[in-house]
Design a protein around this ligand. Structure first.
Ligand SMILES: Cc1cc2nc3c(=O)[nH]c(=O)nc-3n(C[C@H](O)[C@H](O)[C@H](O)COP(=O)(O)OP(=O)(O)OC[C@H]3O[C@@H](n4cnc5c(N)ncnc54)[C@H](O)[C@@H]3O)c2cc1C
Length: 241
């Protein structure tokens, strides 16, 4: 929107953007990028009301009492799944339909897959909203319906294009307690590696497709690189494979 010449303001309830999905280094990178492109960011700010005039929106009011004028609002605030149908069918739900690794619900005759399904992942129950997840999980659900034993073991990955920067994320960083950030080979490229103790959980690669692909392979092979190697900027991470 800002490249089209519009004044853009991002309202973020948390103290930094991307807080729910990324470490501070990744947030700071994108904060700088947006600011460089003329986008204002109001962090630690919650929307409390959209102001209307003549049937359209004309402004927004925030929890600190301040207001801004606006004529267009784009909401990206997440979703809450509608689980009424599943509830009516007597299925176990918990922010989504709870399923086993075979996509079986609490009713042995019903499977669920995709955005609506909450499934086991690294000793947690999670719900993922991505095309890759819905396709891969649907294959397992179909196998289950045909009586074949198959377990859904996802290796999640995501991407986001912001201005001329590509963010690629391999894995899920839930529960991380340590991170290492490495500069990539190209100017402006970097990657942040998330660990829980010695275990590699996820990698954010910014304009750094090479690190993304290597990280994805390491995660799929359950290969946990030593953090000290990653901290060494002269170390070629390809050697980890
Ligand atoms: C704006 C937007 C951008 C996105 N961008 C990306 C992206 O870049 N990359 C990515 O990986 N993912 C992206 N996603 C997420 C992705 O679209 C979803 O994760 C994926 O479509 C989920 O597939 P699904 O089959 O679980 O659900 P859906 O695709 O939502 O399909 C569910 C279908 O069920 C139908 N339905 C609902 N209730 C009933 C009923 N009672 N009876 C019959 N039919 C019913 C719905 O109409 C719908 O057609 C995006 C989503 C949105 C909204």
């Amino acid at each position: 929107m800002s490249t089209l010449g519009h004044d853009v303001t991002i309202i973020e309830r948390e103290e930094r953007i991307l807080k729910r999905v990324a470490a501070t280094t990744t947030s700071q990178y994108f904060e700088k990028l947006h600011k460089k492109n003329g986008v204002k960011i109001l962090a630690s700010t919650s929307l409390v009301e959209l102001l209307e005039k003549e049937g359209g929106v004309c402004g927004a009011r925030f929890d600190n009492g301040s207001e801004i004028k606006t004529d267009l609002v784009i909401c990206g605030i997440g979703i809450r799944p509608n689980q009424q149908l599943a509830l009516d069918a007597g299925l176990t739900v918990n922010d989504g339909i709870v399923v086993t690794e075979s996509c079986l619900t609490s009713d042995p005759n019903i499977v669920a897959a995709g955005d609506c399904a909450r499934f086991p992942y690294c000793r947690n129950l999670i719900r993922l909203e991505s095309v890759q997840n819905s396709i891969d999980q649907a294959e397992v659900a179909a196998a289950t319906l045909f009586g074949r034993k198959m377990a859904y073991r996802p290796y999640p990955w995501f991407w986001s294009d912001q201005f001329d920067v590509k963010l690629q994320i391999a894995g899920l960083n839930v529960g991380f307690n340590r991170t290492v950030t490495r500069l990539g080979n190209r100017p402006g490229s970097e990657s942040t590696w998330y660990f829980k103790d010695e275990k590699l959980l996820a990698v954010d690669a910014i304009n750094d497709g090479r690190s993304f692909l290597i990280a994805k392979k390491l995660l799929e092979n359950k290969n946990n690189p030593e953090m000290s190697k990653l901290e060494d900027s002269s170390f070629d991470i390809k050697a980890l494979l």
